[in-house]
Design a protein around this ligand. Structure first.
Ligand SMILES: [Zn+2]
Length: 544
């Protein structure tokens, strides 16, 4: 690939380093300028409306800018490299300077690592700008741009044009109506994780943080809990029984209180007054100076806020669209579509806390939390296939999982099939098609240890996908669109999304598939999974 311009060397600005993003990588044709196929003529360069002002807002916010563009016209001889450089000079004349230009000159037949949707250009741009792909956001007009971003572990914004295919729009986790709107949302998200001025006070004594629900929910709240921990002398976490094992894996927590909040559960148990009275007494005994209640977008923080008030906690922060009256001191609101970890980080910021500048906003596991991985599993570098899910609507069908195991094995991968004790029958039958059956043989820390040494994890949108993200392991996501991908996709880790994003189960939040045949996932071709594992092996030359 061509790494143009030669402006590397000036690293991220120290001290003012943005928390979420260091850089914005922009597709060229159809995103920055009108798409003129195979254009070698500077006179034909036409910026999209509002481009210059939008880019200048990014520059003013301290973000570095690069162009990442497929130019197969070079491989096909439709224009020369010199003509292309003249076009780029004209683009800079009209839109201002870019810190780097990354061009793939190949076409699909070359099978290179840089032609989008492969992630090579994104990794190369990040490297040239002195950052990592996970600290970049890519803006593009077609599915290839977003796929390249996700495969590198970057965020991807799709700005559709009339040529963007409907399925690409359906699959995008982050959509914007035009380039200025994309830039507005990038800056808004960046700003939302910084404490508003005045909110950041002195370090609080004890902070009570709350995240009920299941393992995945607790894992995606990890960055926000670390932000609170950075601003508190002591952090006590209230979690539910389904999230306890995950809570034990998180850094930044000094004490855990495990107690169910029945109103959070999909099949809620009755509220037992005695249990609530004893919980209130237990929470009062924490002596917290502040409470931060983290919830999913469909949950209410208010019932617990009332208990916290009764426990005498003086300052309570939560996200609430419902009117909280005197139940909350910090009522925070978040637009739909924001990734759950960022949603939680923005609440922590509203409560006065931010991640330290040396802590990346990625999911993490506590050092030393994982047991040793069983030696008989051999060297790292295997593929973990996890077909099950607590919600059957988000599981991989047995028959498909077996074909995936067979195809991965045939492609030369060692496959470990994992699952809970109640999934042993499934994992045994999947592993019979190729792989080692580990169903029911691991607790959550043991599963995390196995996942941590994988080269990739093939899994639906369920807890182990977030476990992989927390271990920094790439994910082939068989994503059932019952919940938004933009909120629940694997966070800041190289990901390939597979499955039908426009299936009828979309946004139903159904726990069991409402559509006969589970079509959102069952149509995945095992060859796509093998290809995804290959794409995810394209690396930026160094992890975190
Ligand atoms: Zn290439």
């Amino acid at each position: 690939m061509y790494a143009g311009a030669g402006r590397a060397g000036s690293g991220p600005v120290e001290g003012a380093r943005p928390v979420l993003y260091d850089a914005v990588l922009l597709d060229r044709d159809g995103t920055l300028i009108e798409d003129v196929p195979y254009n070698g003529d500077p006179e034909k360069v036409r910026p999209v409306p509002g481009a210059r002002a939008a880019l200048d807002r990014l520059r003013a916010a301290g973000l570095r800018l690069a162009v990442v563009t497929n130019q197969s016209g070079l491989a096909r001889g439709y224009f020369s490299e010199e003509q292309m450089r003249a076009v780029h000079a004209r683009v800079e004349e009209l839109l201002g300077r870019f810190d780097a230009w990354l061009v793939c000159p190949h076409d699909d037949a070359d099978g290179c690592d840089c032609r989008k949707p492969a992630p090579g250009l994104v990794h190369a741009a990040a490297r040239e700008l002195g950052t990592s792909a996970s600290r970049c956001v890519v803006v593009g007009d077609i599915g290839r741009d977003v796929a390249a971003a996700l495969a590198a572990g970057a965020a991807g914004v799709l700005v559709p044009t009339p040529v963007t295919r409907p399925e690409e729009i359906a699959a995008a986790g982050w959509l914007a109506s035009d380039l200025p709107a994309a830039v507005d949302e990038i800056l808004r998200r960046q700003q939302a994780v910084h404490p508003v001025s005045g909110a950041a006070g002195e370090r609080v004594g004890t902070a009570l943080v709350v995240r009920s629900d299941s393992a995945g929910d607790v894992l995606v709240t990890g960055p926000a809990i670390r932000a609170v921990a950075a601003g508190a002398q002591r952090v006590v976490l209230l979690c539910g029984p389904r999230g306890r094992a995950a809570a034990d894996l998180l850094p930044g927590i000094d004490e855990i209180i495990e107690h169910p909040l029945p109103w959070i559960d999909p099949t809620p148990a009755p509220v037992d007054p005695d249990a609530m009275r004893s919980l209130t007494a237990r929470l009062a005994a924490v002596g917290a100076d502040q409470a931060v209640v983290f919830t999913s977008f469909h949950q209410s923080a208010l019932p617990l806020a009332l208990l916290l008030r009764m426990a005498g906690i003086g300052r309570i922060a939560a996200i609430s669209d419902d009117y909280p009256g005197s139940l909350l001191d910090v009522r925070h609101r978040v637009p739909v579509g924001v990734p759950e970890p960022e949603r939680a980080l923005s609440l922590a910021a509203a409560a006065g806390h931010r991640l330290p500048v040396d802590d990346e906003p990625v999911l993490r596991l506590r050092p030393g939390a994982l047991p040793p991985r069983p030696a008989h599993l051999g060297d790292p570098g295997y593929v973990v296939l996890h077909p099950g899910s607590a919600a059957s609507s988000r599981a991989c069908p047995l028959e498909l999982a077996a074909r995936i195991a067979g195809s991965l094995t045939a492609a030369g991968h060692r496959v470990l099939v994992t699952g809970g004790p109640e999934e042993r029958d499934v994992t045994a039958r999947v592993a019979a098609a190729g792989g080692t059956d580990l169903g029911g043989r691991t607790d959550l820390p043991g599963l995390a240890a196995i996942v941590a040494d994988a080269s990739a994890v093939v899994v639906g949108n369920t807890g182990p996908a977030h476990l992989a993200a927390a271990a920094g392991v790439p994910v082939v996501s068989l994503f059932a669109p019952t919940v938004p991908f933009g909120q629940w996709g694997p966070y800041r880790v190289p990901t390939v999304r597979l499955g039908d994003a426009g299936a009828p189960c979309r946004d139903t939040r159904a726990a069991s598939c409402p559509v006969p045949g589970h079509p959102c996932v069952s149509g995945v071709d095992p060859a796509e999974v093998v290809d995804a594992v290959r794409v995810l092996a394209v690396s930026g030359g160094g992890g975190r």
